[in-house]
Design a protein around this ligand. Structure first.
Ligand code: ADP
Ligand code: MG
Length: 698
């Protein structure tokens, strides 16, 4: 192993497995894998989590009150005073000129890190305590002989380490890479660009992030590396988009005035300005022979379905078939029903495919679809992807995009190249629209149709629940309907404290609201039963619907004006907002009660935001801040590498700049064949493989 790494040392490349690097044997290679590092390239991007900038050490007898200094000495004694408030860990440090006292408040954890005899370096502010100089809560490092010899500990990066690999060992393994940066981190911009954008060279950036000569240079290197990371991501998106647009053709759809007015006649209302805007964008997309790839974003109830139906009818008018896909059967059923409502008496042939459709009947239906005897097919994503062949699929509408992600979107594309409209009721903050969904065009419906009643949200604790029940009873008497939503279907343990739908359904129907009909809906019920319950609720035969989050999306019953969410602290913000979107659909005032008892700060702030805001975008921004983008939408989940150094919220300005530059680059040189783009192409290939179609163009 040793000889091999010696031999390869002078030609390290980014894809070289770390085990060929000097100082890495099989054991360390394994440890590296656990740290997410497989190749030399990964290692080069394994950035320190912290950086030290200690000043040159001084002697203890030179310490002066008020200065920030670094001293090095041997620990003479330690002491932990747990009885003090706050508890104090204390060390007495000596060099050849004197001794000083160092204290750490709440320093109990240091008992097994610092012990007499060790040589440590401490860096911090000198204070005076009872006429003696001391340091309080300094940064410190335990030094070994090598440290003392080289002196390198006084500044540099601290790596996220693990039991098998210390930060210092990692540093030693990275060091040789930094001697090869000409090959490993080739510049891909010309100096003019770097100057205009105030970015430093790529080589310096990698060198300084690992071994920063100063804080200023560290800041510059971070900026460049963040920029590169965002730029490469955006270039990947731009290339993917280019590929979809130019290597696949779709059927252009004509939209004449006659077609337009014929479609509009189907809606018993005037479309809102936002709906018209979205439709104009969609019509112009669909008129081209490049497939539309558009995300239609709008809060729950803002009227997206109507826009999608417009697109669908446009495709049908152009003799094309349409697939409308929803994440659940309930929602597919709901879509089908509203389509039916709008299409009453129309000659458009439409069909709902459910899991219950089997055997001969199913075969018959599939046959009608593949021979072009059906115009609009509604179903779940699973159903429509399985084995259905279309005669001429011109448009795919995918509802609630965030439930299944980009991969399915692309899978669908393989089978044909229909125009593609993705709808989401989860408002996607701008930063995410540009990253996780960055290869889509976006239309936004901001304002809901007029005539919507106000929605009032209250956070109710246990003590006030009876009052809420009484209030709800009055509304039920006035023939309004209510949802009660629970986080669980049923409790497994007798003594579980979390309320669950099945148990509470019994309680609500027998004890709380015996005078009305209380129905139950959850995901484990057979599909036919679910459809039946929903139908009865829609007709008003069921007054109170007890449910799990299966009612989260799409369900549309304007007479339901009350939503109770039990154990509300257990739901995420986006989910709470989605649930609340089930009410406020008619003209009457609606009420959302969040039943919750919690001390947890995060839960409290979620509930507070809910009572304060009805604006889906505002709530989504809060969610992004509370949870971080990683948890909300993993970029990896969307086929993009996770970001290592950049952050789409904090580095928003860089993101915008990177996006503009990347899209400009791809527009100018889509295959990146120009000589000056060779290095960028190289880096992109290393990062994304050939999925972007770059490899085809040798
Ligand atoms: P979304 O799909 O965004 O949740 P929908 O398209 O289902 O919203 O519309 C929600 C409700 O608003 C439906 O009952 C629909 O009939 C109604 N609606 C949609 N557009 C308008 C409009 N322009 N004017 C009045 N009502 C509308
Ligand atoms: Mg809808």
């Amino acid at each position: 192993m040793q000889s091999l790494s010696e031999k390869q040392k002078d030609k390290i490349d980014l894809s070289m497995p770390v085990r060929f690097l000097k100082g890495v044997g099989p054991a360390r290679a394994k440890t590296f894998v656990q740290l997410g590092v497989r190749t030399a390239g990964d290692l080069l991007e394994y950035f320190p989590r912290d950086w030290r900038f200690a000043s040159e050490p001084i002697k203890i007898n030179q310490m002066q009150e008020g200065q920030s200094v670094t001293v090095v000495g041997q620990v003479e004694s330690t002491d932990y005073q747990s009885y003090r408030k706050p508890p104090i860990f204390e060390a007495v440090l000596a060099d050849d000129t004197g001794v000083c006292r160092i204290v750490w408040f709440h320093g109990g954890y240091l008992r097994n890190q610092i012990s007499p005899g060790m040589v440590i370096m401490a860096s911090g502010k000198v204070t005076l305590y009872k006429h003696q100089l001391q340091m309080t809560n300094p940064k410190f490092a335990v030094l070994d002989e090598e440290h003392l010899k080289s002196g390198e500990v006084f500044s540099g990066g601290v790596y996220p380490a693990s039991a098998g690999l210390s930060s210092r060992q990692i540093k030693q393994i990275i060091a040789p890479l930094l001697d090869n940066l000409d090959e490993l981190a080739p510049e891909f911009y010309d100096s003019g660009f770097l100057k205009n954008t105030n970015l430093i060279g790529r080589k310096d950036a990698f060198s300084w992030i690992h071994m920063p000569p100063s804080e200023e240079k560290l800041a510059q290197s971070k900026r460049r590396l963040k920029y590169d990371e965002l730029f490469l991501m955006q270039a990947g998106l731009a290339l993917r988009r280019y590929k979809v647009q130019h290597f696949s053709t779709a059927l252009p759809m004509k939209c004449t005035d006659e077609i337009d007015s014929r479609i509009r006649k189907r809606f018993p209302f005037l479309l809102t300005e936002d709906q018209d805007g979205a439709i104009a964008e969609i019509v112009s997309d669909m008129a081209r022979c490049q497939p539309m790839n558009r995300l239609l974003q709008g809060d729950v109830g803002s009227g997206k379905t109507v826009v999608a139906l417009y697109a669908a009818l446009l495709a049908v008018a152009n003799k094309q078939q349409v697939a409308i896909m929803a994440p659940t059967e309930i929602l597919a059923g709901q879509h089908f029903l509203s389509i039916e409502r709008y299409l009453k008496g129309s000659s458009v042939r439409r069909i709902l495919i459910t899991g219950g459709l089997t055997g001969k009947k199913r075969k018959e239906v599939l046959e009608r679809i593949s021979s072009g005897k059906v115009d609009i097919v509604v179903g779940t994503v699973a159903l429509l992807q399985k084995d259905i062949e279309f005669h001429r699929l011109g448009l795919a509408v995918i509802d609630e995009q965030h439930k299944f992600g980009v991969h399915q979107r692309l899978m669908l594309r393989k089978q044909a190249t229909p125009h593609c409209l993705v709808m989401t009721a989860t408002p996607i903050p701008r930063t995410l629209a540009m990253t996780a969904f960055g290869d889509l065009d976006v239309s936004i419906i901001k304002h809901s149709p007029p005539g919507r009643g106000e929605v009032i949200t209250r956070w109710v604790d246990r003590g006030d629940q009876q009052k809420a029940y009484e209030f709800i009873r009055e509304r039920l008497k006035a023939k309004k309907q209510a949802y009660f939503v629970y986080p669980r279907i049923a409790n497994i343990e007798e003594n579980d404290v979390i309320k669950a739908a099945t148990d509470e359904w019994r309680n609500l129907s027998q004890k709380v609201f015996p005078e009305v009909t209380v129905g139950l809906l959850h995901g484990r019920m057979p599909s036919a039963k679910k459809q039946q319950v929903m139908a009865e609720f829609r007709k008003g035969k069921i007054n109170v619907l007890v449910a799990t989050v299966v009612v989260e999306v799409g369900v549309d019953v304007p007479n339901a004006t009350i939503m109770v969410i039990e154990e509300a602290d257990r739901f995420g913000l986006a989910q709470l907002h989605q649930l609340r979107g089930r009410i406020g659909r008619g003209e009457a005032k609606s009420y959302c009660f969040l039943f919750a008892e919690t001390d947890r700060e995060a839960a409290k702030s979620r509930l507070e935001i809910m009572t304060r805001s009805n604006d889906g975008f505002e709530i989504a921004e809060h969610d992004l801040r509370l949870r971080g983008p990683g948890e909300l939408f993993s970029t990896r989940q969307h086929g993009l590498p996770d970001l290592k150094i950049a952050n789409i919220i904090d580095d928003y300005e860089l993101l915008i700049m990177a996006r503009e530059n990347a899209f400009e680059l791809v527009a100018e040189d889509p295959a990146l064949t120009k000589a000056e783009h060779r290095n960028i192409r190289q880096v992109l290939l290393a990062r994304f493989g050939d999925s972007l179609g770059l490899a085809d163009v040798a």
